[in-house]
Design a protein around this ligand. Structure first.
Ligand code: KG4
Ligand code: ZN
Length: 335
């Protein structure tokens, strides 16, 4: 029986999970710092690192207790090596390297986005070739995979990530950080009443959300200057319609062009109800033979279960790191 302990600390969640070879989670603990960062309207890197230092030992102990096992029983220690905030990544990495050294276990350095994609393996099985739409706070990417752990980024954003755009629109609407879930809830009650530009609707697989973000800021400014009220529900719905429309259209196009068997949606924004519903409808109407897999809400945003799931794949492929592994704040998925 293979047992892997995984640590995630790339941004503002300190998380530890333990997985077995059947993709069963023996432990899954996430300690979120969101309540602290909300006070500042976003993640403050220095505070994030300090909180990781405070939390990592407690979260590790909780996970080991949940799994009811001895650290000697583990087969490998996995950790997010990047991308992310350097100080945050460093805490998880030092914890993982210490455990690997003390218990003489192999170390597996996992790319955070590989983790988001392999969150799907916790509830479904990846089928290749597949197309992953990665939508998170820091990433908007279309990733083609012809085999396990082999990533080809065929499209990316020229500027803002989709999660950033959600958070910015929420800020304009006066909503607390992180704004994505709040925009999601508001949009459910709104209609597409505001005319916003459709972002980069061209033949490439790339994205651009900064123009849309500016359009929302200008709309809010002009509406207030005219003494009119901005209806937040309608703003949220209008924004989602154009932003999610382009994500869905490009994912479908890329999946047809690359003749994939499966579409996987990954990352924090995969929790968005409108994206989930729109993608489902688009697949049913345009390519019903392609299987769509979207992870359940509990593993869309950052957690260590997804890192453990990717690590399991890497363990089988013998993709180990040595103890000189350092954190990689900017590493790309193909590297
Ligand atoms: O994957 P994640 O937890 O962290 C990164 O790796 O960046 O993604 C966080 C992002 C935030 O921008 C947050 O606003 C967004 O995911 N998010 C959502 C929803 N839940 C989280 N965006 C839209 N709708 C949601 N329901
Ligand atoms: Zn993430």
């Amino acid at each position: 029986m293979t047992l892997i302990l995984a640590i995630e600390s790339s941004c503002d969640e300190t998380a530890v999970a333990i997985i077995n070879e059947n993709h069963e989670l023996l432990a899954n603990v996430v300690s979120s710092q969101i309540d602290t960062h909300r006070l500042y309207g976003g993640v403050v890197p220095e505070i994030a690192s300090r909180l990781h230092v405070e939390n990592i030992g407690v979260v590790l102990e909780q996970a080991i207790e949940q799994a009811k096992l001895d650290l000697h029983d583990l087969d490998a220690i996995a950790v997010t090596k990047g991308p992310g905030l350097v100080g945050s990544l460093h805490v998880g990495l030092q914890a993982a390297k210490t455990l690997a050294l003390a218990y003489r276990k192999p170390l597996i350095g996992v790319h955070h986005i590989a983790g988001h994609i392999y969150a799907n393996n916790l509830v479904d099985r990846m089928e290749y070739p597949c197309m992953a739409l990665v939508v998170s706070g820091g990433h908007t990417e279309l990733v083609y995979m012809d085999r396990p752990m082999h990533f080809e980024v065929i499209g990316t954003t020229y500027d803002d990530a989709i999660g950033e755009a959600f958070d910015k629109v929420a800020r304009v609407a006066g909503l607390p950080y992180p704004g994505g879930p709040a925009i999601d809830r508001l949009a459910q009650k709104g209609e597409h009443r505001y005319d916003l530009p459709r972002p980069l609707h061209d033949k490439t697989y790339n994205f651009s959300f900064s123009g849309l973000k500016s359009a929302v800021i200008n709309l809010a400014h002009n509406t207030r200057q005219r003494g009119e009220t901005l209806v937040m529900e309608h703003l949220a719905r209008s924004f989602e319609d154009v932003a999610i429309g382009v994500l869905v259209d490009k994912t479908i196009q890329a999946s047809l062009d690359y003749k994939v068997k499966q579409i996987v949606v990954a990352g924090g924004v995969a929790a968005n109800s409108y994206l989930r519903e729109s993608m489902q409808k688009a697949v049913e109407s345009t390519c019903p033979d392609i299987r769509l897999s979207i992870p359940p809400l509990w593993c869309c945003t950052d957690n260590a279960a997804m890192i453990a799931s990717a690590a399991l794949e890497m363990y089988q492929l013998k993709q180990f790191s040595d103890l000189s592994l350092s954190c990689k704040p900017m590493i790309d998925l193909e590297g």
